[in-house]
Design a protein around this ligand. Sequence first.
Ligand code: NAI
Length: 502
Amino acid sequence: PKRITKVCCVGAGYVGGPTSAVMAIKNPQIQVTVVDYDAKRIAAWQSDNLPIFEPGLLGVVKPARDGIPNNRAPNLFFSTDVDRCIAEAELILLSVNTPTKMLGQGAGHASELCYLESAVRKIGEVAESSKIIVEKSTVPCRAAETLRDVLRATGKPGVDFEILSNPEFLAEGTAIQNLLEPDRVLIGSLNTPQGLEAARALAAIYTSWVDAERIITINLYSSELAKLAANALLAQRISSINALSAMCEAVGADIDEVSFAVGLDKRIGSRMLKASVGFGGSCFRKDILSLAYIAESLHLFEVAEYWRSVININEYQKDRFTRRIVRCLFNSLSNKSLAILGFAYKKNTGDTRETAAITVINNLLAEGANVRVYDPQVKESQIRRDLEGSSASPHLVRDKLTVWSSTYEACAGADAVVILTEWDEFSNKSAAAAAAGDHVQDARNGARTEEEAANGPMSWKRVSQIMRKPMYVFDGRNVVDPAPLEALGFRVESVGKSRSGS
Ligand code: NAI
């Protein structure tokens, strides 16, 4: 296959940054440049203060080299010079955002492809030589056809473009591990000699670290749809288990026991069956909305409705959790303080997009509660932006919400602790049990940063001494073992469990 020596990745976000860094470290002979118009984001990638938090990320962006730790990878660059980097590259990864469309037809449902389109227009405008263009962003099926159309109209004569689909399956919080050891790499191409040749060129880059049998080459549109399908199925498992959690609470069963029991069936498997306050993250909701919208535009209304029900259950779960808090706290949150532990949409990330915390906290504020938030990775400015931007009454966020830099500060004087993110430090389960989870070994010889080390497990005993009585714990992630907390005087409410004794 054609040997690629220069790769340009458009979009320096959660996907573009980590993906390019791993590609670069595994292919020293290839120059990988990540470009973005967001100058602040590029500057952050160039600094020691990376724009996203991801375990092991610093270790691939700045690997130890020649015996010197924290050296910059010599073949990985970040730049705002989009035109030049596109013009120089032989292969271009498109990792721009594809959020839910906010305006016009399909608003609130369809994918917004304007960022992708503008990146492709730029390629058409500046390319002087033929390029392989790779959709890494998650796109509606047949998006490649749209891109090809744009390139046909904007590209220079004699310059050829081949479009591939290579969706990214990394999960935030375990991105580096997922990228280093992917379950599979999917490459979709047209079934033409040029398409297959381009697919081989991309596959050759992955072969540096991924076994050939895990690199799957399929039809372009199957590949596009497979990404939406994967996210829909993952979210569907969470909504299924969350729907069952509501039944468990009503009949006195325990959702963790039910999950464990069904997960032993090899056809079902144990992963993604953890009940919670509801899923978040930038992808599940938008990708299911996109899938349902596509189904609808194909007149497959029952199919669209089926997938939308996954989102409906998720909204229901968040509301149900808030209603339970209100009910337990004697149907009034006025003059009560609630300590919120965790704001990120899951542990080991600072990402707050679509986090259940936004819905739950806005609901609690609307009930008149004072809300005291602590998250080990999310900054106060981000929390305020997320809440003020989504609240029907932003003044409540300004007047009634405080953000703290430790669990103990957040819990001081609180009536209840509400756990919304499964950060290890909130768990009272044994360290071994916590470590058996999907914790990622840091690429820097397993060393933990000072910040990580400081976030040891919290002392629930100390918390019990500083709260108002009666003290409640609402565990939206089922990370605490209720018995020891009940011994300290807490009333513990977990998802999918009725309180012991009741
Ligand atoms: P992001 O919002 O973190 O990053 C996208 C970046 O693209 C932004 O920095 C933006 O400034 C830049 N950008 C947009 N248009 C541009 C243009 N024309 N030229 C240069 N830069 C441009 O988004 P994220 O989370 O990295 O997602 C990217 C894509 O990957 C989305 O389609 C998403 O669905 C998909 N994806 C995301 C995953 C995740 O865990 N975040 C996992 C798998 C796929």
